[in-house]
Each structure stands twice: as structure tokens, then as C-alpha cells.
Design a binder for this molecule. Structure first.
Ligand code: ATP
Length: 302
């Protein structure tokens, strides 16, 4: 794999879109102090996944966005893209089959950074691992900033180890191991949580089983109660029917008695009427006799 092109837009002093083509052999950039040479190296490191704003000579990561000059307004987005020629298919990882790979990092004010590999959004970790597999990266000893040569010469053996590891092309393995360990730890934590959850759910299951047993018992008892109640109601209805029949019989008897008494009353009325008829002439004669007596009494008095 060979670095082919570096593309900057809105990064530090690069207001316009600027392309740096890295040709065969040695490529050098020459310019007066403050023209932006270090900014180019920083652009490389930033695109490779640099997370320290301090090492970008800023106080926050948004300081890498073009902040404006007396005749140019500030920008809101900064982009750096590294294009890699992979025609020899030397690399490793999921991009090995691609002929050309472009890794891009974009930062937008108040929205943070995004990474893209061949225009597909990826995690910062993916971009960092990709460069580590190429034995380079934001903190790689193969990128030497101003005044850093002395630091490598005087480095402790443990620090020099990273230079050797990178030369051996195994720094990607370290990043992957770290990532795998992090994943393993989180998987272990998830497993513990899953165990805890399982225990809680088993307890809940026991409770639910008990509740289900009680519900079955309740159902059976309710069914029995309903059967017994139905039997009792049946007997009660039978009693009421018997009682009703008895009352009906009694009522019929009374009705018959009433009818007989009515007939008797009608007969008696007829008799009274007949007797009254017979009494009429006697009453008339009585009245006649009374008037005669009265007349006699009057005659006697006079
Ligand atoms: P030297 O040789 O002195 O180290 P250099 O060529 O490496 O210089 P750099 O340090 O890369 O230059 O660039 C510094 C320039 O970049 C300064 O002029 C500074 O104003 C400008 N600069 C840095 N950050 C920004 C930014 N966010 N917006 C605009 N300009 C910026």
C-alpha cells in the first residue's frame, strides 16, 4: 500500500480545497516559516484518528477548523482525506480487495468528528485500526513531528518497543487485542448481568408457577361451588313449585267454597224475596187493622 494523495479542505490554514500528491520517490514540502508545513503533518495524524487537541496545537478539536483571516470568513467544516493505492493488495483486513482506499475525517462545529472509508461512515476505531494495520497512525513513530527525533533517541526501552513493534507490522494486532479485551470485558459484564437476570426470572417463574397452581385450585373450587349452588337452586325451585301447587289447590278449594256460598246466598235471597212477597198482604192487613184501631180509639175518646 502506498499513500497517494492528501486532500485538505477548511483544515487549519487551508481555506481552499488543497490536494497534495505523493509521487514515487521522496516528496518534500518546502516553504517559509508559518506557511503551514506542520499543519500538513497534523492533517495526516488527525485523519488517522488523533484524539488529543493539544497535540494538534489547539485547546479543543474544533480549533483545527479554519478560523478565518482578515480577508476570509471562518469555516464550519473541516475535512482531511488520505487516498491510498492498494493495487498490490498487500494490506490486511476487510479492505484488502479494494484498489484504492480513501479514509476521510470530517469535523463540524458542535457536531464532532465523523470518519468515512470510501464514503461509508465508520467508527473512529475502524479508521485507527486500518492505519495501525498499515504500520502507521496518529501516534506512530513513523510520523515524526518537529523536535521529536531527540525524544526517540532518548526513549526508554519500553517506549522504543512500540517503534520495533510497528516495524514488525504488529501494532494493528495490539489495537485489535485491546479492542478484543474491551469486548471480552463487556461480554463478561453482560454475562454477569444476564446471569442475574436469569436468577431473577427464575424466581419470577417460581412465583408465577405458584400463582398458576393457586389459580387452578381456585377455578376447581369455583366450579364445585357453582355445581353445588345449581343443585341447591334446583331443590329450592322444586320446593317453591310444590308450595305453589299446594297454594293453587287451596285456592281452587276456596274458590269452590265461595261458589257454593254464592249459590246458597242466591237461594236465600230468592227465599227472602218469596217470604217478602207472602208478607206483603199481611203487612197491608196489619196497616188496615192499625188504622181501624186508631179510628175506634178516637171514637171511644169522643
Ligand atoms: P514553522 O516552519 O514555523 O513550523 P509551518 O510552516 O510548519 O511553520 P504551521 O505551524 O503549520 O507552519 O502553520 C501555522 C499557521 O497556520 C499560522 O499562520 C496559523 O495562523 C495558521 N493556523 C493554524 N490554525 C489555524 C486555523 N484554525 N485557522 C486558520 N489558520 C490557522
Amino acid at each position: 500500500m502506498k499513500f497517494k494523495k492528501l486532500e485538505l479542505s477548511g483544515f487549519k490554514s487551508f481555506f481552499d480545497k488543497t490536494n497534495f500528491f505523493i509521487e514515487e520517490g521522496l516528496t518534500g514540502i518546502v516553504g517559509p516559516n508559518g506557511c503551514g508545513k506542520s499543519n500538513i503533518v497534523e492533517a495526516l495524524r488527525w485523519c488517522m484518528g488523533e484524539t488529543s487537541a493539544k497535540s494538534m496545537r489547539g485547546s479543543g478539536m474544533e480549533d483545527v477548523i479554519f478560523s478565518g483571516t482578515s480577508n476570509r470568513p471562518p469555516k464550519n467544516i473541516s475535512e482531511v482525506a488520505i487516498t491510498i493505492d492498494n493495487s498490490d493488495k498487500e494490506g490486511s483486513g476487510e479492505f484488502i480487495e479494494l484498489n484504492e482506499i480513501t479514509v476521510k475525517r470530517r469535523i463540524e462545529r458542535e457536531k464532532g468528528s465523523k470518519y468515512f472509508i470510501n464514503d461509508k461512515e465508520v467508527r473512529a476505531k475502524d479508521a485507527q485500526t486500518f492505519f495501525a494495520d498499515l504500520s502507521t497512525g496518529a501516534h506512530s513513530p513513523s510520523l515524526i513531528s518537529q523536535g521529536k527525533i531527540g525524544m526517540i533517541v532518548t526513549a526508554k526501552p519500553s517506549e522504543r518497543k512500540s517503534v520495533l513493534e510497528e516495524a514488525a507490522g504488529i501494532s494493528g494486532i495490539h489495537i485489535r487485542r485491546h479492542e478484543a479485551e474491551t469486548r471480552l470485558n463487556s461480554a463478561e459484564n453482560n454475562l454477569k448481568r444476564a446471569d442475574e437476570l436469569k436468577r431473577q426470572q427464575e424466581k419470577q417463574l417460581d412465583n408465577l408457577k405458584k400463582q398458576a397452581e393457586e389459580a387452578t385450585k381456585y377455578k376447581e373450587i369455583s366450579k364445585n361451588i357453582r355445581t353445588i349452588e345449581a343443585g341447591l337452586y334446583h331443590l329450592k325451585i322444586k320446593d317453591i313449585e310444590n308450595e305453589t301447587n299446594k297454594i293453587k289447590e287451596k285456592s281452587n278449594e276456596i274458590d269452590n267454597d265461595i261458589s257454593a256460598i254464592k249459590i246458597e246466598i242466591r237461594n236465600d235471597s230468592n227465599l227472602i224475596e218469596e217470604e217478602n212477597k207472602k208478607l206483603k198482604p199481611l203487612r197491608d192487613r196489619k196497616l188496615e187493622n192499625l188504622s181501624k184501631i186508631q179510628k175506634i180509639n178516637l171514637d171511644v175518646e169522643s
